[in-house]
Structure formats: C-alpha cells, structure tokens
Design a protein around this ligand. Sequence first.
Ligand code: ZN
Length: 307
Amino acid sequence: MVICVFACAKTLMAMSISLYSYRIEVRCACQISYPWSIFFMIIDTHAHLMFPEFKDDLSEVLAAARVAGVEKIVNVGCSKESSKQAVEMARVDMAGGGFFLYATVGLHPYDALDATNELMRKWEKWILDDRDGGRKKIVAIGEIGLDYFKAKISHDEQKEAFRKQLQLAVKVGLPVIVHNREADDECLEILLEFSGKKSQLKVVFHCFGSNLEFARKVWSAGFMTSFTGIITYPNAVGLREVVKEVPMDKFMVETDCPYLAPQAYRGKRNEPAYVTEVAKMIAEVKGISVEEVGKVAVENSKRFFGF
Ligand SMILES: [Zn+2]
C-alpha cells in the first residue's frame, strides 16, 4: 500500500492505492472514504457470479466492481449446485481477507422439485455452522418464490417448495429473497403466513417488476423492493412510477447479473459494477443526489442482510 499525505483546504486527506482492490481511495480526516472514480458506495444485493458467463474473468469482474464503488456483493444461489458454489465462493473471499462477497442458498421455482427435507436439513446445518468471529457469510434464503410465467413445475409444487424454504428461513432467522413472476397475490399471501406476529421474517421482492398497486401492498406488509437495470429501460415507465413512490427505507439495488444489463450496457453481459446505473436512475426519478441514493441503499442493505 502506498500512502501520501497532503493538506487540502480544510482537512487533512490521505490518498492510498489498495493493491488488493486496485481502487484509489480518498480518505479525509473524518474517516469517510470514497473511490477515486465516483463518490458513492453501493451494494449489489443480487448477482449470480457462479454462472458460466463469469468463468473466464471473475477476478477482473470483482476488481471492476471495487473500482466502481461496490462495497459488497450478495451472490445468490438458485439451485442445489449454485447454492453450494455461492457458499464456496464466499468462503474463498473470506479466506482472502475481505468481507466483500456473501452467499445465499435457495431453490428458484424452476428447481422446486429439489426441495426435499434432506436438503433443508443440510442447508440448516451449513447456516448454523457458518460463523467467522460472529460474522456470517450465508446471509439469506433465496432466491425462492413463484413463477407462473415460465416455470414448468406445477403451481402446487412451487408453493410447497416455497413454504418449505420459508420455514427454514424462520427457523434459522435469515431474510428471504423472493422471485415473483406473475404470481403477485399468491406470493404475498404465502409470505404473510410466515410474517407478522409469528416471526420477524424479512422479505425482499427482488427484481421488482409488478405495478404500483402491488408495490404499495408489499411496502405496507413491511417488505422491501429491490430494483435492477430494468428501471433504466426506455419503456419501463410504470416501474419508474414505483421507484418514484418507494419509501426511502424500502428499497435496495441489484444487478441480477449476468442478466438484465442496464440501458447503458444493453446487449452485454451484466456485472456488479453496473449497479451504479440503477442507483443513478433512482436518483434521477426521485430528484435526489446519487450519493444520497447510495448511502440509503447501503444502509437498507446492511439492515436487511445483517452484515
Ligand atoms: Zn436472480
């Protein structure tokens, strides 16, 4: 690490180049640090870095994310195999000394038939064993939910897998990341069976894509909404209405990479660095600064995942 110290107009600043992250930091006397390239920090709350799209250049992708100001990434499992990979990748990151990459375990509705009691017991053990000086790397159950658009699994089988995984979340006290596609009412109904007085279940509707009326129901149930690059697409007018109204304590940002690259990178593989585009659009729609969006999104994400 190279450190040079100089005096600016009012405060002593230290500039350092971190060789680990390739990020240049500006650190002022009050200990707030900013990456050199932009002036806000952000958390990508939903990525799939175990997917084959990242197999050749994952370290460059992670370095680019740090340069862009991405403070943490939640690497989301969606099948038995990808959940295992997410946990392994987070452990490697922990061994590397950084609390940067986190994992979730869950079965997407496409893989609902794998939700056996045996798998739930296995994941419960992983979660209970997952401690490093009191800090955890498996931070949620997800992505789980209902998909009435594409999934070939019957609705009843999807609901059974959803409920089984919600039971696990309540048991181990982790929040859930929900995938909902064309199943608004049934999804919310099932979630309400598990929240409220009976438990403190925390829920985020990831890649929120429903209308404002449903968003209001989600917020009034105390649940969060998370936005992807879809909000930057020219035709996403209705979704930007949701963004405009979302309470400041009810949103997070994500990429869902390798899918859904924001408009500026449309047609390319998506990656965590591009989550800044989502924050910029939220700032534009709400008429506030992107620094404010970053600060609030980071606070919301930390409160939700407990990291
Ligand atoms: Zn996803």
